[in-house]
Design a protein around this ligand. Structure first.
Ligand code: AHG
Ligand code: MN
Ligand code: MN
Ligand code: MN
Length: 323
């Protein structure tokens, strides 16, 4: 099995970017270790703090954020970082070539039940003419990403990574201490009979999503002419991993439950990196009205409606938004 560096070298990835990716992965290995220790490491449960997103921070949210922030800024190739758990961007080396955005711990409510969680990251080029504390550095569409990935802390620790040469899956080998290539080219099947959505929000969705899901639930006897199965892990990283492995459609649509927060998922820390991985695996990602990676952000913590996965199913869902 192949180690990560030769694979990235073969793809023609710049040495500085390879070094940066390896640094991020070193921090993720540390997070994986702490996660695996669970209650023994005293890392479970909540803090007294709240993040900029208005969520109570888990201890692991804070630990993972600090670990990543520290090692990424030490690389010297990063001009600034932006994180779900930081109110503002954090400046790094003024001459750094890259920007890193991350969701240090995705699905953090799952820590309390020993269920799937992960780290999601995205790397963007840094404008050499802007100052490292200028948050407009980050206001680039997802199409500008040079790399994106997630590390899933599951029964085994897995990495999904793209640098624009397809999406590859790696598995952490704890005896050797590094990630080994276990799937050279993830390929999301075009058709699916599996969907992932938080059904408890059904009555708050907009009309197109209501109609789309109602038709899925009608199964064989409805307009779709086939039965669908449903899965919901409550960690995007787990749901997207399943989509990369066997296809499906994952959606967190806009809803009217909290008028202050119509969309849940964050464009820079969740939607863009996952969209890059999904598109590079042959899938599709949209808000229902627009390709997610073409959105030009106006705010680092911007949220967005997400519909991603098997191409034919996402296209079908978009069709309901046009009608
Ligand atoms: P985070 O833990 O980083 O705040 O993200 C949680 C997100 C996402 O991972 C998941 O798909 C969604 O929230 C789950 O939402 P519900 O609580 O509505 O199930
Ligand atoms: Mn959170
Ligand atoms: Mn998240
Ligand atoms: Mn998070």
């Amino acid at each position: 099995m192949r180690r990560i560096s030769p694979v990235l070298q073969q793809d023609g990835v710049e040495p500085d970017l390879i070094a940066l990716l390896k640094t991020i992965l070193a921090a993720c290995r540390e997070i994986a270790f702490r996660v695996s220790q669970g209650e023994l490491a005293g890392v479970l449960g909540s803090t007294l703090g709240e993040n900029i997103q208005g969520e109570t921070q888990k201890k692991l949210d804070v630990i993972a954020n600090e670990l990543l922030k520290e090692v990424i800024l030490e690389t010297g190739v990063v001009k600034a970082i932006s994180s779900e758990e930081e109110d503002t961007i954090v400046a790094g080396n003024p001459h750094g070539k890259y920007l890193v955005t991350f969701d240090p711990l995705d699905g953090s409510s799952n820590t309390d039940i020993n269920s799937l969680i992960g780290t999601i990251f995205s790397i963007l080029p840094a404008d050499p003419d802007k100052a490292p504390d200028d948050s407009s550095l980050f206001l680039q569409p997802g199409t500008a990403q040079v790399a994106a990935g997630y590390v899933l802390y599951g029964p085994s620790t897995m990495l999904a990574l793209t640098t624009g040469h397809g999406t590859r899956l790696y598995t952490l080998d704890n005896t050797y201490g590094g990630f080994l290539l276990t799937e050279d080219q993830a390929a999301i099947p075009k058709y699916t009979t599996e969907f992932a959505i938080n059904m408890s929000n059904q009555r708050f969705w907009q009309e197109p999503m209501q109609r789309y899901v109602a038709d899925l639930l009608l199964g064989k006897t409805g307009p779709r002419g086939k039965n669908f199965n449903m899965r919901w892990i409550a960690a995007m990283v787990g749901d997207v991993h399943r989509v990369l492995c066997r296809g499906g459609i994952f959606a967190y649509p806009r809803d009217s439950k909290d008028p202050q927060k119509p969309d849940k998922l964050r464009l820079m820390y969740e939607a863009n990196p996952m969209s890059f991985l999904v598109e590079q695996a042959g899938g599709m990602s949209s808000t229902g009205y627009q390709r997610i990676m073409e959105i030009v952000p106006t705010d680092i913590h911007q949220r967005v409606a997400v519909i991603l996965g098997s191409k034919h199913e996402v296209e079908t869902c978009i069709g309901y938004h046009k009608a």
